[in-house]
Design a binder for this molecule. Structure first.
Ligand code: MG
Length: 304
């Protein structure tokens, strides 16, 4: 199956002419939340409506955790521990090295979070940033209908353990990614899931030393479909999920090229031995494509 569409000569240096899209897993319900474990050579990813987290390792697919509390997005902290966004549990958790689970955030000012969607870790200071839209509590399919107690928001859990609202002018804050220099934070706005006319775009913020965000602005709009999960490569290009696969955008927001998968991609992550393999959560299937770029460094790989 093919494949790539170059819209800018710069894209030709990011992809491999003879690399194919590989199907690593299929017959799932709806995949999101891929996270790479270089130390084990495996990828974890969420099959949300099936209430399970899957594991791909050495060509084999198996169940990592079931039930998963309808886990969605994942990341690893600076110690390499797994962070999970739980729709049904309405929390962000950390899996300790002995397997115990610690709740890192589940409420603010006495009000419960909605359904944390996606999470990323700021490499330099270990701050945990996550989004909290209502998608996981508006249907039974991806978590279970529950009442919302707080408006959708982007949160920052500081290295001191303090949880704060970083931005609250979203309808549906979703995927998020830091630029390699950590001076920019990209956040996708995926709007009202029941309103086709809702505004959907990728926003970018300048990140200050103290963790405050400044100059929030629309970075790009993705069509067809919209961007859910996003990931930066080492050069600062933003790889965005889209209705027809993946779009690669320059740091200036120009579309450099596309990967056509024949359908919607919801989330993506760089992984593999050199972080140059792009794993795609594409509906019921997990796909992968070797590229000629590398994902921005993992937080725990940056530590001195
Ligand atoms: Mg998402």
């Amino acid at each position: 199956m093919s494949l790539t569409e170059s819209l800018d000569p710069r894209f030709n240096r990011l992809i491999l002419g003879n690399a194919q899209i590989e199907v690593l897993a299929e017959n799932c319900r709806w995949l999101e939340g891929p996270v790479w474990f270089a130390d084990h050579g495996l990828l974890l990813f969420s099959d949300i409506p099936n209430n399970r987290v899957m594991r791909w390792c050495a060509g084999q697919v198996s169940v990592f955790q079931s039930p998963s509390d309808f886990a969605n997005g994942h990341a690893r902290d600076r110690e390499g521990r797994l962070l999970s966004c739980l729709h049904h549990g309405r929390a962000v958790t950390r899996r300790e090295l002995d397997g115990r689970v610690t709740v890192l955030a589940d409420r603010l000012a006495g009000k419960r979070l909605n359904s944390p969607n996606d999470v990323t870790v700021q490499p330099g200071n270990g701050a945990i940033w996550f989004t909290d839209p209502i998608y996981g509590i508006t249907t039974d399919y991806e978590g279970g209908k529950q009442e919302s107690e707080r408006p959708p928001a982007l949160y920052r859990l500081g290295p001191d353990g303090r949880l704060s609202v970083a931005a609250d002018d979203f309808i549906g804050p979703n995927g998020l990614a830091f630029s390699p220099d950590e001076r920019r934070l990209y956040v996708t706005e995926t709007g009202d899931q029941f309103d086709p006319a809702t505004e959907r775009h990728i926003r970018v913020f300048d990140v200050e030393e103290n963790g405050h965000l400044r100059h929030g602005r629309v970075f790009a709009r993705i069509s067809p479909g919209y961007a859910d999960g996003i990931a930066c490569d080492e050069a600062g290009n933003l790889w965005c999920s889209a209705g027809d696969g993946v779009h690669c955008l320059s740091p200036e927001g120009e579309t450099l090229g596309k990967i056509h998968t024949g359908g919607t991609v919801a989330n993506l992550a760089f992984g593999g031995r050199h972080r140059s393999r792009l794993f795609l959560c594409a509906g019921t299937r997990l796909l992968a494509l070797h590229t000629n770029t590398r994902g921005a460094h993992e937080p725990f790989a940056n530590r001195p």
